[in-house]
Design a protein. Sequence first.
Length: 143
Amino acid sequence: MNRLNIEFVSFREPIGTGGSLGRAIVVIIGAIAELERDLIVERVRAGMHRVKLEDQHIGGQPPGLNREAILRDHGLGQSLGQIARDHRISRATVRRVIREAEPAPQNQVASSPRHRYKRPPKPTRKPHIIIGRINPAYQTPYL
């Protein structure tokens, strides 16, 4: 900022980069912000390392998803919630596994789930008609 001859002046706090004290404060605030960012990154990496050591899964599809067992449990009449609890997955994953296992109808093309449901069009509305009288003194409509 010095090379470009630009100064920062705060209207709320008595901070400005015109003097040496103002520039020092900006440098200190920048260093504290950088330190906080590094601490956040360090904590996230330590948490991911701890989860790896505990043999837990981080995000995405659970490893070793047993599709055959899910379909077998569904065939036995278990509820989606019960299957999800038994296999430690979400009900949405159970639904997806079951849906993927069902054959697509012969006369229809398999579509993505986002485009299966089409919202009905909004009803058309007639424009509002404002009925009023005109004030003869002002020649403007009033209600």
